[in-house]
Write a protein that binds this ligand. Structure first.
Ligand code: ATP
Ligand code: MG
Length: 418
């Protein structure tokens, strides 16, 4: 019988790698706190309609990538392909808009997309995301971009580039789409099948097509920055001013459109070695689109697998945690009993400890202690139990000291302080 493997495009997080995820998550939680941002968790699946409305029907995500199925009650549900629409749904459903604004949220979430699996492209991946609701000011765009840059800067990564663009408001978009259609008209027959439908419904999406022939056609297409209205232009100028004031370097890339339909005005990407690690922008119409009040918003998603991949490629060391402070060895039945009691008591002092559960010889127990990187060992034999004292061995320098087993305060202190 063949063994069952994980579905294509998914990855197990194995215990040997867990510390890396914890390290990254802890850094990002701390950073979020510094910015006054609080955590939200939303369900793993939503009504499909949320993403049709939120992400946009002409996007790659909705057209090709969603894990959509009918549940046993005949409802169409979708595993979340991204975190923004669910956060907006929760914000509206719990009337968070009635609280003091802005509302600043962060999350860690898996996301599910039926993708062509390749380097940095999985079918279940994970994101750290931020959403800020309620402010239309460019200062928040800059502050949240500064957070994204700091989040990546925490790991000392070089060669990050920040690209920004403005997609304008629906008014600018209409003018741009018309100009784009005019430009694309003569090449219409050469566009891919998906782009032919985009041509009618959402021409700007064609700029995001990954097909070689479409890329060629759009190379010299008009750019939206030439079509944005005065208000959008001022917002973009303000953003650049704030980024300058914060000392954040950026490139204006008028070709960025991003993969989701909800963006208005600012969009940005942070790229490392040709791979987008973080992408986001402003989405001033989405909350209303999903049935909430008219409120502006800004956010981003940062891919954690891609970040970990870059960290690894650049040789950035993530500190390995200490797993076990003390291994208590035992010889025989009575001593097993005492060893188990001792470690259970010591854990109450915050000491990470283990004892033997495999009936190993003392020699094998010490070998095991060494393998798991225990900082200290202590062996409980009959004499030790009778005298209520034992030898505590520091595994890094071999030093031994006699400790009183009735004074756990002292023993715990000794272990913690060394
Ligand atoms: P791309 O252009 O690479 O497909 P995207 O525009 O679809 O990215 P977003 O939807 O903005 O990406 O998601 C934000 C971040 O999530 C990306 O910058 C990336 O780091 C990560 N990400 C997106 N799709 C995947 C995937 N299939 N596998 C791993 N990470 C992903
Ligand atoms: Mg994509």
């Amino acid at each position: 019988m063949s063994s069952i493997q994980a579905p294509k495009g998914t990855k197990d997080m194995l215990p040997s790698d867990a510390y890396k995820w914890h390290y990254v998550e802890e850094k990002f939680r701390k950073l979020s706190k510094e910015y006054g941002i609080r955590e939200i968790r939303t369900p793993m699946f939503e009504h499909t309609e949320l993403f049709l409305r939120g992400v946009g029907e002409t996007t790659d995500i909705v057209q090709k990538e969603m894990y959509t199925f009918e549940d046993k009650g005949g409802r169409s549900v979708t595993l979340k392909p991204e975190g923004t629409a669910p956060a907006v749904r929760a914000f509206i459903e719990s009337s968070l808009y009635a609280d003091a604004q802005p509302t600043k949220l962060y999350y860690f979430t898996p996301a599910f997309r039926y993708e062509n699996v390749q380097k940095g492209r999985l079918r279940q991946f994970h994101q750290y995301g931020i959403e800020v609701f309620g402010s239309k000011e460019a200062s928040i765009d800059a502050e949240i971009i500064s957070l994204a840059m700091r989040a990546l800067g925490e790991f000392g990564l070089n060669d990050l580039s920040l690209n920004i663009n403005s997609l304008g408001c629906p008014h600018c978009r209409e003018k741009f789409n018309n100009a784009l259609k005019e430009y694309l008209k003569e090449n219409h027959d050469n566009l891919c099948a998906t782009c032919k439908t985009r041509f009618e419904r959402n021409p700007m999406r064609i700029l995001d097509c990954k097909e070689h022939k479409c890329k060629g056609i759009t190379e010299k297409a008009p750019v939206i920055l030439d079509f944005i209205c005065e208000e959008c232009n001022t917002h973009f100028d303000n953003l650049k001013g704030y980024l300058d004031a914060l000392g954040i370097k950026y490139n204006v890339d008028p070709k960025i459109v991003r993969g989701l339909d909800y963006y208005t005005k600012t969009v940005f990407e942070i790229i490392h070695d040709g791979l987008t690690v973080c992408g986001g922008g402003r989405y001033d119409k989405l909350i209303e689109e999903i049935g909430g009040p008219s409120m502006p918003a800004f956010g981003f998603g940062l891919g954690l697998e891609r970040l970990l991949m870059i960290i690894e490629n650049q040789g950035v060391e993530i500190p390995k945690p200490i797993y076990i402070d003390l291994f208590v060895g035992s010889i025989g039945e009575k001593s097993n009993f005492e060893a188990l009691k001792l470690i259970c008591d010591l854990r109450k002092y915050g000491i990470y400890c283990e004892c033997d559960h495999m009936k190993k010889s003392v020699k094998a127990q010490m070998k095991y202690a060494n393998k798991i990187g225990a900082r200290f060992t202590l062996i409980l034999g009959e004499d030790e139990i009778a005298n209520k004292s034992a030898k505590l061995k520091n595994m890094s320098n071999g030093e031994e000291s006699i400790v009183n087993l009735t004074d756990l305060d002292f023993l715990a202190k000794l272990i913690k302080e060394q």
